[in-house]
Design a protein around this ligand. Structure first.
Ligand code: AMP
Ligand code: MG
Length: 416
């Protein structure tokens, strides 16, 4: 378990930006130290613990990129057809010999280039008759040949530490001959919801009660990051019970994540519960939906209290907690970079606050997508996440958006 210092999440007090929060996580939170070697087939989603250098070049030998005819470029006649005898045939997996000067070999994609051959004609460009290949002029030396080490030279860096492995990284590791990768151990995260009004989905609901949506939301988001999630259920708004549950969870998790009970209303009990065995700092973000977030430590384990409204949970998780998870997991992660869209609506917002407006996207006349705002705006409206395509991120300095303005959007598909 990484032991965090009590003042790990202390900060100056004023409003905080998302980028400041992410920088603070990077600077102050050390990653879990334990690593394990996993077979490639089990490495998807894991975080690489150390740089990977290629022992084998990729590709390991010069080979043909196409089906065609391999030649020595020096044998070709400039400005007119060349005629070379086809003396051999090489398929992928065949061992290559040497190409005699003045001859060609029939070659197929992936077959090794014979020594001396440096250029490959595509079969579509060649007329082959009676064992002679008729080769048109104008092909550049080296065409359609994949040189050894073109992708990665032997000894060069293939994958940096901190990479969260996707199928393409695993394919690359396989390509350089590895069968295992050393990754950080999976993070263990405990989650619970707080609120007297909450009941489990499917349970009998009292007149003033709502079904708990947040634990399933968080469990799914965490699960997609390969995290081992302990679901500790719903806790009542009652400090002694909360304090005991937090302490127990802190003992065998890397992070305790709760939702609800961190706003400044008088029914907020998370703060005293955390402070019973640690420290809590309330981070006030000028974001909508979102603020505030409670960051702290319980017996040396990271604690993060998210707001109660589901859309606020989603936004703060995907943009802020994601950075904390990256820091704990040893992952190089960057905040999602917005892409360009055009606003399909007029919107006035408060200066000095970042807003995440849920939007659907349609094709625009100039190739830039047009974003339409979801009809109901509140942070409680889960449909604003199920029926939209993206979060439009309106930065602090923006005061109004006018239909047709270029704006930044972050696709929900990239956030999970
Ligand atoms: P709170 O942050 O505790 O003041 O809660 C803000 C709003 O989010 C209230 O309307 C709560 O009922 C609602 N809420 C809090 N936690 C959950 C949850 N786990 N599932 C659904 N709604 C919640
Ligand atoms: Mg509450």
């Amino acid at each position: 378990m990484p032991q965090l210092s009590d003042d790990c999440f202390a900060h100056g007090g004023g409003a905080m930006t998302i980028d400041e929060a992410l920088a603070l996580f990077r600077a102050r939170v050390a990653p879990v130290a334990e690593t394990e070697a996993v077979p490639l087939a089990e490495a998807d989603g894991r975080v690489l613990a150390a740089d990977i250098h290629a022992h084998t070049a990729l590709p390991p030998f010069d080979n043909s990129a196409v089906d065609g005819y391999a030649v020595r470029h020096a044998d070709l006649t400039p400005d007119q057809d060349s005629r070379l005898a086809v003396v051999d045939r090489l398929q992928a997996g065949d061992a290559a010999g040497t190409l005699a000067p003045g001859t060609a070999v029939r070659i197929f994609t992936g077959a090794p280039m014979p020594a001396g051959a440096d250029t490959v004609y595509m079969q579509e460009d060649v007329e082959a008759r009676d064992g002679i290949a008729i080769l048109p002029p104008g092909l550049a030396r080296g065409a359609n040949r994949r040189p050894a080490g073109e992708e990665i030279a032997a000894g060069a860096m293939a994958l940096p530490a901190g990479t969260r492995l996707r199928p393409q990284e695993i394919a690359l590791a396989a390509g350089i001959g590895l069968d295992r990768l050393t990754v950080r151990r999976r993070l263990r995260v405990a989650i619970f919801s707080t609120g007297n009004e909450l009941v489990e989905p499917g349970a009998v609901r009292g007149p003033a009660q709502v079904f708990d949506t947040n634990r399933l939301l968080l469990a799914g988001l965490l699960g997609r990051l390969g995290i081992a999630v302990s679901d500790l259920g719903i806790l009542r708004d009652e400090p002694a019970g909360l304090a005991a549950a937090l302490r127990a969870a802190a003992a065998d998790h890397d992070l305790v994540l709760t939702t609800g009970g961190v706003s400044t209303g008088e029914a907020d009990h998370v703060k005293p519960a955390v402070e019973a065995s640690g420290r809590l700092d309330v981070w006030r973000f000028a974001i909508k939906p979102g603020r505030p977030l409670a960051l702290g430590t319980v017996a040396g384990t990271a604690f993060c209290g998210l707001p109660g409204n589901p859309v606020a949970v989603y936004v703060t998780f995907t943009h802020i907690v994601r950075g904390l998870i990256a820091a704990l997991g040893g992952e190089a992660w960057r905040r999602p970079r917005p892409m360009a869209a055009r606003a399909g609506f007029n919107h006035k917002k408060r200066l000095g606050r970042t807003e995440f407006v849920r939007v659907t996207l349609a094709d625009g006349p100039d190739g830039i997508p047009v974003a339409t705002r979801f009809a109901i705006e509140g942070a409680a409206v889960i449909r604003s996440l199920t029926e939209t395509d993206a979060l439009m991120v309106l930065p602090d300095a923006t005061e109004r958006v006018t239909r047709g303005d270029l704006v930044g959007i972050v696709p929900i598909a990239g956030l999970a």
